[in-house]
Design a protein around this ligand. Structure first.
Ligand code: BGC
Length: 404
């Protein structure tokens, strides 16, 4: 499967009743405006993606636009998203739908307690998942219910970068556990349909590092790295392999049916993490410059990630659900993206040759868009905001059509 991935807030702008809109109003992040104009330009975008030879696209349906008040759906928003999915299909694309990409309706997150409230999660979230499947299922080719549960919990409850913008280790543990359970709930509800259901977990090789080369510091860095490894890797791989959810600092929860859940183990890859003794992180390799979101361009890390995942979840089909290179919008030298994507695809090909079962590659992202707290200052697109395809779009098309 060859395709691209994007999200609603980033391409259409924040839903007016969403937690992200409230974050913007509070001055915590730059305004998202109309994203990249996708809400009105989706037909031309889909046509362009299809003409490159790509056959898949993932988008997210903004819950806050669909259900701005609890229990009251907006028919215009429903029609808008049905039209959008239909247009993707008409252009020849298989449409993958994500139900939660970092933002929520204010009423669910703030008034009802969001995912962290077990009652709200089991009632409102489950009701939403069921309703989306019922309302849009005939136009959907695959589900990717929650984008990056670990990154979301980290950004929302530890780094303060995603609503609710907290910095609280205890709440982070609860959030991580709750969001992984919400992802499981969604799988359980969607698995009875005909479409495949994939995860999207953010993954990075984790490397202990020191700033001084001091041996004692190296030992402490290895301990810190273990903690990051547990959160980024084992917490969810163990859940999906053994049916045991063990978030560090919290009691274990047994959910036997989680073992072997999900049809595809999808993940996003942006780079590796150096972890220091004081629990801070930085780009890895440490001697390489970091891009705008803090990662160094390191294609080898994708190969390491694929092989480890094949080892940790044996026999499960893998999907590269997001892979891309962020460059400053003011200096978007796409030759770097061409080189990076080409190398990432090369290491993927090597992994496949060694028996790793990789089913697809979704580039992040189609058209340059709103990069969360960085606003419009970072580009990840293979197509510019003015809809000019970059050389990286042609590169991906060549790989997709076997013509490289
Ligand atoms: C997120 C995207 C984001 C990308 C680049 C991913 O982790 O899913 O929303 O734009 O990273 O930072």
């Amino acid at each position: 499967m060859w395709g691209t991935a994007a999200s609603s807030t980033q391409t259409e702008g924040a839903g007016p009743r969403s937690t992200w809109a409230a974050f913007e109003a509070a001055g915590r992040v730059p305004p998202s405006g109309d994203g990249n104009g996708f809400a009105t330009r989706y037909r031309e975008d889909f046509a362009q993606l299809a003409s490159l030879g790509l056959a898949h696209h993932r988008l997210s349906l903004d819950w806050s636009r669909l259900e701005p008040d609890a229990g009251k759906h907006d028919p215009a928003a429903v029609e808008h998203y049905r039209e959008m999915l239909r247009a993707g299909r008409d252009a020849g694309l298989s449409m993958w739908v994500c139900l939660h990409h970092f933002t929520l309706p204010g009423w669910f997150a703030d008034d009802e307690g969001g995912f962290l409230d077990p009652g709200a999660r089991r009632y409102y979230w489950a009701r939403h998942v069921d309703w989306v499947a019922e309302t849009f299922g005939d136009l959907v080719d695959g589900w990717k219910p929650i984008n990056e549960p670990v990154a979301y919990a980290f950004g929302g409850w530890l780094a303060g970068e995603i609503p609710p913008g907290e910095r609280d280790l205890g709440r982070f543990g609860l959030a991580l556990e709750s969001v992984l359970l919400a992802n499981h709930d969604a799988w359980r509800l969607l698995a009875s349909g005909d479409q495949p259901v994939a995860t999207i977990h953010n993954l990075s090789p984790i490397e202990p590092a020191t700033r001084t080369g001091d041996e004692r510091e190296r030992g402490a860095a290895a301990e810190s790295a273990k903690l990051f490894d547990e959160v980024i890797w084992s917490t969810w791989t163990r859940f999906l392999r053994d049916g045991v959810l063990a978030v560090p600092g919290r009691a274990e929860i047994e959910v036997p049916e989680a073992a072997e859940s999900f049809d595809l183990i999808g993940f996003s890859y942006y780079g590796a993490l150096a972890v220091y003794a004081d629990l801070t992180t930085g780009p890895y390799p440490t001697d390489q410059p970091a891009g705008p979101v803090g990662f160094a361009a390191w294609p080898e890390g994708l190969g390491i990630t694929l092989r480890r995942l094949a080892h940790d979840l044996p026999g499960r089909p893998l999907l590269i659900a997001e892979c891309g290179l962020g460059l400053p919008a003011a200096d978007d030298d796409d030759r770097q993206r061409v080189e990076y994507l080409d190398e990432c695809l090369g290491v993927t090909e090597d992994a496949i040759a060694d028996g790793v079962d990789v089913r697809g590659f979704f580039a992040w992202t189609s058209v340059d868009n709103y990069e969360w707290s960085l606003g419009d200052t970072a580009n990840f697109g293979i197509i510019g905001r003015d809809r000019t395809p970059k050389p990286s779009a042609e590169l991906l098309g060549r790989w997709a059509t076997g013509a490289r």
